[in-house]
Design a protein around this ligand. Structure first.
Ligand code: KIV
Ligand code: ZN
Length: 550
């Protein structure tokens, strides 16, 4: 790398927009969405999708609610052409969905493109040519007027063929490709030239798509470019301003959102940010960013995991684990303090007293996307007691008392550390069983009976401690009677300092669990736990579990 990057790289010339309005605006409604998965996304794949993969992804996009879908570049390959014909001839395009096709400003390509659309109910022909200084110089070797002529002629070639698509509700989109790297004045000039040929009206608007083909500046600069363009555009009511961002500087989402503030009414992008180089903007993220602010995005990602599966199968790409909303790890907290806060936040939310979602660390309720709560918390060696307790409760209905959580948390952590990996809820339960429930040495219960009257309970117990003992004791309840019986039998002296019990969910093989904390003479406290189909016996077992752990 250069010590002085300015010797190689120039800063970006900002747009002059002293009265910019977008910073004071808020997003209050959704844009028109256009998926370009089957074109921009597809052309960026090492192995482009075949017809059946494109059909499957098209159906999934329709199911999400996309009403405009760029289905391909029909003049570019046979697969693309065949796919579009299949869509039309097999009647797979719902009446309220418009397909869009991309084409360069060349007459032969436009001819083939029109042919691909014959019989479509609704379609948009998307014409583009590149306009930035670098493209004009390096690729075309043409001056500005000649670049304008390319766009003007391309528009004319399309217009001359409108008759051939008589039965089709036809829209027209023009993109000055590399818009964000183009002088705004020139981008405006070329769009005006296209409009002069196409002659859009307020009823039949042209789509002017202003691509951030390559992110060359910060998102605020792109927003300025969009606002400047919007304010200087003639015949404004006859145009829909559309944006199409890529993610070269990692700010595709920000650029899109600021562009919407600046007046963009339509947004092109892909699922999960597939697309050339660093990808197109991820429309799932932009849509769910609106949703988490209470705005209906008009796209339904209720079954996001299933959508990820279809996307991965069709494109061969993977959704990165930290991709906003859809990544495998986005509803997972590894840190103990995060887990604790999430647990408390979810508990508060589940009480139903808060008007709006406000759970720490979770910007959105995972269940809205059919993501499961159990994915939220995993336990590894950095986790605290909160995560352990959450998993035991969420998975098995085991509600550890707070103080027992404090005792068991570090015990579980030592074991997790030894294993050196994340552990499952089953493994945590096995650790709990090993530490508490299965603690039957030196004391093991063999039989217990208790009878009471007048506030006095008398018990008789058979216990094993190297040999069988029969113990008897008296107290104000079965637990107190059993403690006295143990003392009568010579066991270490202790008192019961804490007690909780609850029913266990079905399927746990026992219907009750009891937790008991005892304190011995030197002040040491220990928890014990017992399970049984009988609540009383669960408590008696818990007493011995605690005693066995001293
Ligand atoms: O990124 C881009 O500029 C494009 C155009 C063809 C719209 O994909
Ligand atoms: Zn693109």
């Amino acid at each position: 790398m250069y010590k002085d990057p300015s010797a190689k790289y120039a800063s970006f010339r900002p747009v002059e927009l002293p009265d910019r309005e977008w910073p004071d605006r808020m997003l209050t409604s959704r844009p028109i969405w256009c998926s370009v998965d089957l074109r921009d996304g597809n052309q960026a794949l090492a192995v482009p999708m075949n017809v059946s993969q494109k059909l499957e992804l098209f159906d999934a996009l329709v199911k999400c609610g996309f009403k405009e879908i760029e289905v391909g570049f029909p003049a570019a390959s046979n697969t693309e052409f065949t796919f579009i014909r299949r869509l039309i001839e097999d009647g797979r395009i719902p009446d309220d969905v418009t397909i869009q096709v991309l084409v360069q400003a060349r007459e032969d390509l436009i001819e083939k493109t029109v042919e691909s659309l014959l019989g479509a109910k609704r379609a948009i022909i998307h014409l583009y040519n590149s306009t930035s200084p670098a493209q004009r110089r390096v690729v075309f070797g043409l001056d500005k007027p000649k670049i304008v002529n390319i766009a003007r002629n391309g528009t004319r070639f399309v217009k001359e063929r409108v008759e051939r698509l008589k039965g089709t509700e036809l829209g027209f989109e023009y993109s000055p490709e590399s818009f964000s790297g183009t002088e705004v004045e020139f981008a405006l000039e070329i769009c005006h030239a296209v409009m002069e040929v196409w002659k859009p009206t307020a009823e039949n608007k042209i789509i002017l798509n202003l691509p951030d083909t390559v992110e060359v500046a910060m998102p605020n600069v792109y927003a300025d470019q969009i606002e400047w363009f919007r304010k200087h555009l003639n015949n404004r009511e006859s145009a829909i301003i559309s944006v199409h961002t890529h993610n070269d500087r990692g700010t595709g989402t920000a650029a899109t959102e600021l562009a919407m503030l600046a007046g963009a009414e339509r947004v092109e992008g892909t699922l999960f940010g597939n697309g050339e180089r660093t990808g197109n903007v991820d429309l799932v993220t932009v849509a769910l960013n609106l949703y988490m602010h209470g705005i209906d995005p008009g796209l339904d990602f209720t079954n996001l995991n299933a959508l990820c599966g279809i996307y991965e199968r069709c494109t061969g790409m993977t959704v990165p684990p930290r991709q906003p909303y859809s990544g495998e790890l986005v509803f997972t907290a590894f840190s103990g303090s995060h887990q604790d806060a999430i647990k408390k936040g979810l508990a508060e939310w589940n009480q139903g007293n808060r008007p709006h979602w406000d759970v720490p660390y979770l910007t959105i309720d995972p269940s809205d996307l059919s993501r499961e709560y159990r994915e939220i918390i995993r336990v590894n060696s950095q986790s605290g007691k909160g995560g352990v307790a959450y998993l035991l409760e969420a998975e098995f209905g085991i509600e550890l008392p707070k103080d027992l959580q404090r005792e068991f948390g570090p015990i579980a952590n030592i074991e997790v550390d030894r294993m050196g990996r994340e552990v499952t809820a089953e493994e945590l339960k096995a650790m709990f069983w090993h530490e508490y429930i299965d603690r039957t040495t030196p004391w093991k219960l063999e039989q217990f009976d208790a009878n009471g009257s007048g506030g006095v309970c008398i018990c008789s117990a058979k216990v094993w401690n190297g040999q069988e003992y029969t113990l008897t004791g008296e107290g104000n309840g079965p637990i107190a009677a059993f403690v006295n019986a143990l003392h009568n039998g010579g066991a270490l002296k202790f008192e019961v300092t804490n007690y909780r019990e609850h029913a266990l969910s079905t399927g746990e093989g026992a219907s009750a669990i009891s937790y008991i904390q005892i304190k011995v003479a030197d002040g040491t406290t220990r928890w014990g736990a017992g399970v049984d189909t009988n609540m009383e016996l669960a408590s008696i077992k818990a007493v011995l579990s605690a005693l066995n752990r001293v």
